[in-house]
Structure formats: structure tokens, C-alpha cells
Design a protein around this ligand. Structure first.
Ligand code: NAD
Length: 516
């Protein structure tokens, strides 16, 4: 059975569940740690598999295999490396449907959304195929008489990637195509909640001709993460996840002398000015708030409505929520719903508790998704789209990341009041302004303290040749993901100052009496 078949044909009972293994030395590597964690099909609530949680010996085996892989791969010519990247891109492009099904089976998002995340990841693979241009150094001829100065961009060695559950394919692909193109070997520690996508991608690299050890998958929990953070044989850490863990990763890995980029959580606001097209705003708010059940770091979770538009906007959003179809992300009878379940029952309950908090703090629950079920999938981890009005900005439900299909509306009197709310928050990942006033939008892009800004675009994820990253508690370290930042992160520069004397005068050849 292939990795794809195994992930999608989830067994019905716990007793049948298989164990998802590591990928070490170019092959699946069964675990003997005796520790596992359940992996669910979120639409049914059934355990579909158990994922291995690495022990110390497995962590060491993964890192040393990667170190051997690095020795081989970093010696490949640029042209040969490029051939492997192109092969990977072609395989991914032709077989991405398999990967999308795996993502839906373990994450729960609808298949078209899973396909969307793969396409965004594939963009980075495509960028990485052009790596020779991005890792070539600079050259200055005759900086001083007879002296040339040039830079070399060399790989770091073994690099660690630690990824979150919400984009099991795209987030690893923000990093590994560039890391591998630049000559590094990767150890990927995927989320234990949806670990199969990483294994599938490892198999694809193998088919593309990547030498064994250059792409390793280490399944696990905090023990595996800490193993990567503290190993002297791991040169850098690229992390994406929640803010408290991002901060821990940044501090621990830096303490161990590593280069670190650690992307954290978010609370993204959409500022709606009174001149905006409210039908467009309502469409975008619904897509950006409830798409992927709100489990996106760039999801919109707060609408700042500059009065007098709030009542009309809430009516339009409510009407659109009523049309949303919620169900199994894999679809039923050939029809795909708009929104799938949340990742686990525990997470669903946490989302629900935030709505309780908002209510207790005096907010108005306009559409209530608590207790929502889908007929025939009563054990699935569903939560209905929720709309909250008049949420106090002192409420934890306003201030903290909920990471579910919960959209809150805050009514503000002016652009300045809205801007002040955005800028006073702890996060600075993404934001959007909706207006027809170019001058206001221009002022917003200048004044807002956020890393990624949309102007009439609700989810402004930059294309692969720009870079992705937030400000404040949304990014620790100064290196964003992919784009030029990615190539800078995964290479280190040497500056060479060289002097070759002219053989016609005082060069070595002249001293030995050789005539040129
Ligand atoms: P998470 O922080 O719980 O887990 C992320 C990774 O860290 C996983 O691989 C997990 O195994 C590991 N981990 C968890 N607890 C740990 C601990 N105590 N010590 C060491 N490692 C630990 O995040 P998640 O729930 O998987 O993902 C959702 C979060 O990720 C949200 O906060 C979301 O905003 C964020 N996110 C941010 C971005 C971004 O670009 N800024 C993108 C995607 C997701």
C-alpha cells in the first residue's frame, strides 16, 4: 500500500490503526520508541492511525543520516542539483491530487483548499529551481590594484524545519525547496496531528533522484523538537506555529548557537472604511474568516467597521453565512462543502470556550456555531461559522488568537481608531484595508505595524519571490520565509579578497623565468 493509499483509506477502528513512521536514509523507518500519538480523520472523529514519536536514538539517527546526506549533496554540481529540483517539481505537479487527499484526510480542510495550499507551496519549488541565479555571489574586479573581491554563498549543513498542523504541505515547502536547492540537508519535524503529507513528499524526493539523507522526516513531539534545537549538528531552525512555542524555539535554538526564524500566531484585522463596496467586503470577510474553518495564520478574525457601515455589513455577512455548506472536506456525492471540521475535538472545545468568553464579556453572538453537528458525522470535529458583534476589546476573545471559524466585529468611529486598535495588538502578521480611497490605503500601508498588508485583498500572502513574515509576536528573528530572505537564510556568505600578481612582472611565473 502506498503512503497515499494508507493515509486516505483510514481504518475504521483503533485496533486496525497503522503507525506512521519516520523517513530516514531514503526509506520509511519504523519506530521502536514505543511512543505514539493518535491521528484523526477530523470529519468522522475516528482515529485513522498513530504517529510514531521519536526517542533519542531515532533523533540521533535522523540527524546523522542528514549529515551524511549533506556530504553527498553539497558536492553535487549546480546543474545536477537543478535537475533533481525540476524532477521534483514535475512529479509534484502531476501527482498533487494524491497529496491533497492526504491533507484532507488528516487535516479536514476541503480538497480544493488542500490543492490551493499545494499550489502555493509549488510556487516556492518553482522559485527554487532558479536557485543558481539566487546563490551566485558578487564579484568586484580590481578593488585595489591586482586585487579582486568576491563572495561565495555556501550551504549551512543540516537544517531543521518544524511545522504546524494547519498547512502540512505548504509550510514545509516555504523552506525545504530553497534549503535543498542551496545545498543543505533537511530534517523536517511535521505536526504530529497530520504527519503523512511529509512522508509523501519524502517519497517524491526519492523518486526525483535526491540522494538518501538529504530529506529526512522525524516524527515526534517536544522531545524531537528539543533534539533538533540542541544538537550541535543542526545549523539552523525554521519554525512555524503558535507564538509561545515560536518564542521558546527562538530562544532555545539561539542559545545553542543556531540561526533561527520562528513564525508565530496572529490576529488579523480587516479595516472597512465607509466608502468600501460592502458586498465585496462581505464576500471577502466570509472567505477569509471561515475558509479552512479559520485555521489559517492569515485568516481574518476581526472586522473593524468604521461607522456607519456595521449594521449593513453584519446583515450581508450573516446572509452569506446562511449559504455556507459545512461537511466532510473530502465531499459527498461529488459535492464539496465550503468548510470542513476543525483539527481535533480538543481544539473545537477551545474555540467554543472563546465564544463563551466573548458572551460573558458582553458581546452579542449574532451567529452561534457552538454545538454544531453534521448529519451522519456527529462525531466529527465540526464547529459552525460564528459571528460576534460588539466584542469588547478588553475581552480575551478579542485579544487572543482563536484559530477557528469565528469572526468578530468591532465598531469604530474613524480610520484612526481602527488603526490604533491594530497597532496596539500583540501580533503583526497580516491585515487588510477595504476602501476606494487610494490616499487612505496609502496612508494605511505606511502607518500600520504589520508585516503583510492587503489593499482590498483579505489574505495578502506574498508570492514566492517576495517573502512571508509578520512583525511583533508573529515573527521571532529577522529572516522571513522564502523569497530572497529564504536564500539568505539558507546560505552563509564568505568574502574572498584575492591578489594574483601579473606574471609579466612580479608573478610566480615571472620569478620562475616562464615567458607568457
Ligand atoms: P503549535 O505551536 O502547537 O505546534 C507547532 C509545532 O511545534 C508542531 O510541530 C508541534 O509538534 C511543535 N510543538 C508543540 N508544542 C511544543 C512544545 N511545547 N515544545 C516544542 N515543540 C512543540 O502550533 P499548531 O497548533 O500546530 O499550529 C497553529 C499555530 O501556528 C497558530 O498559532 C497559527 O497562527 C500558527 N501559524 C503561523 C503561521 C505564520 O506564518 N506566522 C503559519 C501557520 C500557522
Amino acid at each position: 500500500m502506498t503512503i497515499a493509499e494508507a493515509a486516505v483509506d483510514s481504518p475504521g477502528t483503533d485496533a486496525d490503526a497503522r503507525v506512521i513512521s519516520h523517513w530516514i536514509d531514503g526509506a520509511e523507518h519504523p519506530s521502536s520508541s514505543g511512543r505514539t500519538s493518535p491521528v484523526y480523520n477530523p470529519a468522522t472523529g475516528a482515529v485513522s492511525a498513530y504517529v510514531a514519536l521519536a526517542d533519542e536514538a531515532e533523533i540521533a539517527a535522523a540527524i546523522s543520516s542528514a549529515a551524511r546526506g549533506y556530504e553527498v549533496w553539497s558536492g553535487y554540481s549546480i546543474a545536477r542539483r537543478q535537475g533533481v529540483l525540476f524532477a521534483f517539481r514535475e512529479l509534484l505537479n502531476s501527482r498533487k491530487g494524491e497529496l491533497a487527499e492526504i491533507i484532507t484526510a488528516e487535516h479536514g480542510k476541503v480538497v480544493s483548499d488542500a490543492m490551493g495550499e499545494i499550489l502555493r507551496g509549488q510556487e516556492v519549488v518553482e522559485l527554487a529551481t532558479g536557485f543558481p541565479h539566487l546563490i551566485k555571489g558578487a564579484f568586484t574586479e580590481n578593488a585595489s590594484t591586482g586585487v579582486d573581491v568576491y563572495t561565495l554563498k555556501q550551504p549551512l549543513g543540516v537544517v531543521g524545519i518544524i511545522s504546524p498542523f494547519n498547512f502540512p504541505a505548504m509550510v514545509p515547502m516555504w523552506f525545504f525547496p530553497i534549503a535543498i536547492a542551496a545545498g543543505n540537508a533537511v530534517v523536517l519535524k511535521p505536526s504530529e496531528k497530520d504527519p503523512s503529507a511529509a512522508l509523501w513528499m519524502a517519497q517524491l524526493w526519492k523518486e526525483a533522484g535526491l540522494p538518501d539523507g538529504v530529506f529526512t522526516v522525524l516524527q515526534g513531539d517536544k522531545l524531537a523538537v528539543d533534539g533538533l534545537l540542541t544538537s550541535p549538528d543542526v545549523a539552523s531552525i525554521s519554525f512555524v506555529g503558535s507564538t509561545p512555542i515560536a518564542q521558546y524555539i527562538y530562544e532555545t535554538a539561539s542559545h545553542h548557537g543556531k540561526r533561527v526564524q520562528a513564525l508565530g500566531g496572529a490576529k488579523n484585522h480587516m479595516l472597512v472604511l465607509p466608502d468600501a463596496d460592502l458586498d465585496l467586503v462581505a464576500d471577502q470577510a466570509v472567505n477569509a474568516g471561515y475558509g479552512a474553518a479559520g485555521e489559517r495564520c492569515m485568516a481574518i478574525s476581526v472586522v473593524l467597521a468604521v461607522e456607519p457601515v456595521a449594521d449593513e455589513l453584519i446583515e450581508k455577512i450573516t446572509e452569506r453565512i446562511g449559504r455556507l455548506r459545512i461537511g466532510n472536506g473530502a465531499g459527498a456525492d461529488g459535492v464539496e462543502p465550503d468548510m470542513g471540521p476543525l483539527i481535533t475535538g480538543v481544539h473545537r472545545d477551545k474555540v467554543s470556550s472563546y465564544v463563551d468568553i466573548a458572551e460573558a464579556d458582553g458581546a452579542k453572538i449574532v451567529v452561534d456555531g457552538r454545538g454544531f453537528t453534521v448529519a451522519g458525522l456527529e462525531d466529527g470535529f465540526f464547529f459552525g461559522p460564528t459571528l460576534i458583534d460588539e466584542i469588547p476589546t478588553t475581552s480575551r476573545a478579542y485579544q487572543e488568537e482563536i484559530f477557528g471559524p469565528v469572526l468578530s466585529v468591532v465598531r469604530v468611529a474613524s480610520y484612526d481608531e481602527g488603526l490604533e486598535l491594530i497597532n496596539s495588538g500583540q501580533f503583526g502578521n497580516g491585515t487588510a484595508i477595504f476602501t476606494n480611497d487610494g490616499g487612505a490605503a496609502r496612508r494605511f500601508q505606511n502607518e500600520v505595524q504589520v508585516g503583510m498588508i492587503g489593499i482590498n485583498v483579505p489574505i495578502p500572502v506574498p508570492v514566492a519571490y517576495h517573502s512571508f513574515g509578520g512583525w511583533k509576536q508573529s515573527l521571532f528573528g529577522d529572516a522571513k520565509a522564502y523569497g530572497v530572505h529564504g536564500f539568505d537564510f539558507f546560505t552563509r556568505e564568505k568574502a574572498v579578497t584575492s591578489r594574483w600578481l601579473d606574471p609579466a612582472t612580479r608573478g610566480l611565473s615571472a620569478q620562475r623565468g616562464i615567458n607568457l
